[in-house]
Design a protein around this ligand. Structure first.
Ligand code: T5A
Length: 208
């Protein structure tokens, strides 16, 4: 595939959506073809699944069903949007991807990591990020930022210990895969974070 696949990850309120907007605008201004997308979601079917997953009323959703729904949304997103874009030579920026499932359903919900990784293989068909940026902030800071935005979705309502396991898992993944996964200190002001992100991305997409 000719494109470049970049994913943005981190705990709630880490600022990755803000950074994806800034990065996307900068790459587009350089004349590059960019697809900005998100998980869960990114296609009509996957956005419908997102509605189920994030609805705070769905308290009965069991951890395995939750895992399978995230992977189902991903399979649709990869097949319908991400893979075709990469084949067309596009830079794909994705707000969350499979590492979120490893962190939230694997570590957060304490489901077996092997099961989660096997499902990634099924859902992605091997389409995997070239670069993943983990925006790291203390959990309390992230939850405070997220709360300031407004409503709390089903996952944000989980206790602090859940989010601490998620953060620790993102950092573990980064340590295990230092070539692909880079950690950025996201407690800095947005403009400072954006500069670090841009340098990481330019190293992989090259000069315009
Ligand atoms: N999930 C997702 C799983 O459990 N498994 C999975 O496999 C996947 C894919 C998605 C939820 O689903 C879970 C994770 C999530 O709980 P979502 O609504 O997409 O839900 O929520 P998030 O992905 O968490 O995204 P958010 O948009 O809510 O948060 P972001 O992207 O971390 O943060 P952002 O950029 O929107 O910023 C939040 C606030 O902080 C400010 C912003 O202005 C904004 O007000 N901010 C900063 N403030 C100070 N300094 C900075 N550097 C700042 N950067 C941003």
């Amino acid at each position: 595939m000719n494109g470049v696949f970049i994913t943005l990850e981190g705990v709630e309120g880490c600022g990755k959506t803000t950074q994806m907007t800034l990065l996307g605008q900068r790459l587009e201004a350089e004349g590059r073809r960019v697809l900005r997308t998100r998980e869960p979601g990114g296609t009509p079917i996957a956005e419908t699944i997102r509605g189920i997953l994030l609805d705070p009323a769905n308290t009965a959703l069991c951890p395995v069903a939750e895992l399978l729904l995230y992977e189902a949304a991903r399979a649709q997103h990869v097949a319908e949007r991400i893979q075709p874009a990469l084949e067309a030579g596009t830079i794909v920026l994705c707000d969350r991807f499979a590492d979120s499932t490893t962190a939230y359903q694997g570590a957060g919900r304490v489901l077996p990591r092997d099961t989660v990784l096997n499902l990634h293989r099924v859902a992605t068909g091997g389409v995997w990020p070239d670069l993943t940026i983990v925006f790291d902030v203390p959990v309390a800071m992230g939850l405070e930022r997220a709360a300031a935005v407004g409503h709390r979705d089903r996952i944000e309502c989980e206790p602090v210990e859940f989010h601490e396991r998620v953060r620790a898992e993102f950092l573990r993944i980064a340590e295990a895969e230092p070539e692909r996964v880079k950690v950025v200190d996201a407690a800095q002001p947005p403009e400072a974070v954006a500069e670090v992100v841009y340098e990481l991305v330019r190293a992989i997409v090259g000069q315009p």
